[in-house]
Each structure stands twice: as C-alpha cells, then as structure tokens.
Design a protein around this ligand. Structure first.
Ligand code: NAD
Ligand code: TYD
Length: 339
C-alpha cells in the first residue's frame, strides 16, 4: 500500500537516518520532510535521497500554522514529529526556543492533524521526560518528572499529545527513546563531541565525576522502533525505545580514547558539572518488545562503526565545527571550571 508521510525535523540526526531508512526499506512510501533548518538541521544529511522522486523537502517552522498547512497539502497518511530543540545544555543557557518548538510546535501540528483527519500522529519523545531514575527502570505508566528545561518542554509536548487523544480522539502515538548515537549526529552531543575533539587532538570535557548513566541506543534501532510503533502501535499509547545498554559517561569516554589511541591522563578533563544533571536514565522496554521490536546493533560494534564514520566524514563535520558551533563551544566550555 502506498503511504505518504510528513516527517518534521528530517534534516536533524535521527530524522535524517529515519528518512533514509524508510525510503530504503519501503519502495511505496513517499516522504515530505518539513524542517526549519535551525543550527541542527543540515540538508547535507539527506544528499543521498535529494533526487529520489519519493522525497520532497519543504522548509518551514512547525510553530507556524500556515506553513504546516501548506506542507500537509492535499493530505498525508501519517505525521512523524522529530522537530525539536534537543540539547540539554542549550536549554539551560536559553530555554525559550525549547518552549516554543517542543510545546507550541507540537500543538500546531496536532491542530493540523485534527483538521485534516490524519490517520496517525507519532510524537518522537525521550526518556528524559521521566527524570532521574535512582533504581529500576521507567515504565510507560510512570509519572513524568522532567528536571531540565529540555525535558520539561518535551514532557509538555507529550502531555498535549495525550490530551488530544482523550479529548478529540486524535490517533496519536508516542515513542520515548533513550540516548541515541550513530552517524550524522551534531557534534554538541557527548559521543560526536568527544570523537571530533579527539580527532582534532583536543581534550574531552567530562562533566563532574563522569559516573552518570545513560542507556545507549543505535540510531538504526531507534528508527526501527519508531517505524514499528507507527505500523503496530495502539493509538493513545506511549512506547519506550531503549537499548538495554547502560553505561557511565566515563566508560564511554575510555572506549573512545582507546579507539582513537589517546592517553586518558592527557586527554580527559573533568569540568564543572551540568546544573541539575540527571544521574541516571533507564527504560523498561518490555511493551515494545512484546510487539516484536528489539535492538539489533551491538554496542561495541555500533560505537566502533560510529567512530569510523566520523573519521571518514571530516568533510561533513569540519564545516559544522568551524561555524556556529565554534561560538557555542567557547561560550559553553571556555570558562568552565575544572573539577
Ligand atoms: P536534532 O537536534 O539533530 O535535529 C532537530 C531537527 O529539527 C533539525 O533538523 C532542526 O532544523 C529541526 N527543527 C528544530 N526546530 C524546528 C521547528 N520549529 N520547525 C521545524 N523544524 C525544526 O535532533 P535529534 O537528535 O535528531 O532528535 C530528534 C527527535 O528525537 C527530537 O524530538 C528529540 O527530542 C528526540 N530524541 C532524541 C534523542 C537523542 O539522543 N538525540 C533521544 C531520544 C529522543
Ligand atoms: P548529551 O549527549 O548532552 O545527552 P543528554 O544530556 O541528553 O543525556 O550528554 C550525555 C551525557 O554526557 C550526559 O550525562 C552529560 C554528559 N556530557 C559530558 O560529560 N560532557 C559533555 O561535554 C557533554 C556534551 C555531555
């Protein structure tokens, strides 16, 4: 069956991997990619599908009703919302854009979905909405307890999505993914930041003691999880998508140092911690596993391939690191105390 998707935020990290994977695996799917092209949106991420007749790019802001209306055009079968401000440190420095895109933008999309009677709306969310998890793991029924402006904005989006289902019967789905890694990730996030710093022979800034725990998920597994929920999920439900792969930041750091042949003594710099830093995220993924999804990419192999990808794609990340990113990096790290 021919399926037409509207993907928002498709020029970012996970969105661009999703667009490529869906076009590769579904011959009869077509995709409109609606993206504002913020600092994180990069058309180069989708160069390989630019000329595919099943793909169309539409530049626009999800907060603007008229632009969203134009992108939905004469109808789509589903909307998958990746568009968001996504970096916790930026949300601490300046939360407003997060409230706008992650909350207001989600509202504008939900209204468009309602007007057009779109059959599925999938909200791509995060494990960070559950907040810090001291022990055990977060189930989808757990209360949302976000602790950073980013997580609070994403939780605001999730709550609206759930309310639209209850109030208007909008056929919504939510995925809550864990920390994702892989090719095309903007180098502000832990793994691509550390890899590109080390390739440039710079130190890596570990926040605090580095013993914070994240559950790492390869981007292909995350995209297949979203696809699985889109195809098999029950409207009104949320699904956790996690790798079952908890690691401390220091473990990740030492793996990257080893792969890039760098001495930990010289290259690790413990810096002042992030305010309100969540110590641990952990997801219970039994609900999505019961639907038939499970992660396929082993962490050691996935991480090694990711390092190789950054080594072989300097042409992708060097222009990013010398652009807007350079000013961001100075502002974020230059005056940060050492711990
Ligand atoms: P990203 O920062 O790499 O990309 C975000 C994309 O959204 C960019 O292309 C940007 O131009 C676009 N965008 C931002 N504001 C927009 C607006 N107002 N209108 C239209 N487009 C806009 O993000 P990512 O890491 O690919 O994350 C995608 C989604 O997955 C987000 O919703 C995020 O919350 C969620 N998520 C990310 C992770 C992760 O580890 N990266 C984990 C779980 C969930
Ligand atoms: P990040 O990639 O920003 O994802 P999130 O905050 O959404 O989990 O960070 C992952 C972990 O790495 C988090 O515990 C913060 C830590 N971190 C550092 O120690 N140093 C850094 O420079 C960055 C960007 C992150």
């Amino acid at each position: 069956m021919a399926v037409k998707l509207l993907v928002t935020g498709g020029c970012g990290f996970i969105g661009s991997n999703f667009v490529r994977l869906m076009l590769r695996t579904h011959a009869n799917w077509s995709i409109v990619n609606f993206d504002k092209l913020t600092y994180a949106g990069n058309p180069a991420n989708l160069r390989s599908v630019e000329h595919d007749p099943r793909y169309r790019f539409h530049r626009g802001d999800i907060c603007e009703e008229a632009a969203v209306e134009a992108a939905i055009g004469d109808g789509v079968d589903a909307v998958v919302n990746f568009a968001a401000e996504t970096h916790v440190d930026r949300s601490i420095a300046d939360p407003e854009a997060f409230l706008r895109t992650d909350i207001l933008g989600t509202h504008v999309l939900l209204e468009a979905v309602r007007r057009h009677g779109v059959a599925r709306f999938l909200q791509v969310s995060t494990d960070e909405v559950y907040g810090h998890v001291a022990e055990g793991s977060s189930h989808e029924r757990y209360p949302l307890a976000p602790r950073s402006p980013y997580a609070a904005s994403k939780a605001g989006g999730d709550l609206q999505v759930q309310a639209y289902h209850v109030t208007y019967g909008t056929p919504v789905l939510i995925t809550r993914g864990s920390n994702t890694y892989g090719p095309y990730q903007y180098p502000e996030k832990l793994i691509p930041l550390f890899v590109t710093n080390l390739i440039e022979d710079q130190q890596v800034p570990v926040y605090g003691d580095g013993l914070q725990v994240r559950d790492w998920l390869h981007v292909d597994d995350h995209c297949r999880g979203i696809e699985h929920v889109l195809l098999h999920g029950t409207p009104g439900h949320a699904y956790n998508v996690g790798g079952g792969n908890e690691r401390t930041n220091l473990e990740i750091t030492h793996r990257l140092l080893a792969q890039l042949g760098k001495d930990p003594e010289r290259y690790v710099r413990h810096v002042e911690d992030r305010p309100g830093h969540d110590r641990r995220y952990a997801l219970d993924t039994s609900k999505l596993r019961a639907l038939g999804w499970s992660p396929r990419v082993g962490f050691e192999q996935g991480l090694a391939e990711t390092v190789t990808w950054y080594r072989e794609h300097e042409v992708w990340w060097r222009p990013i690191r010398s652009g807007e990113f350079a000013a961001y990096y100075r502002q974020q790290y230059a005056n940060r105390g050492t711990e």
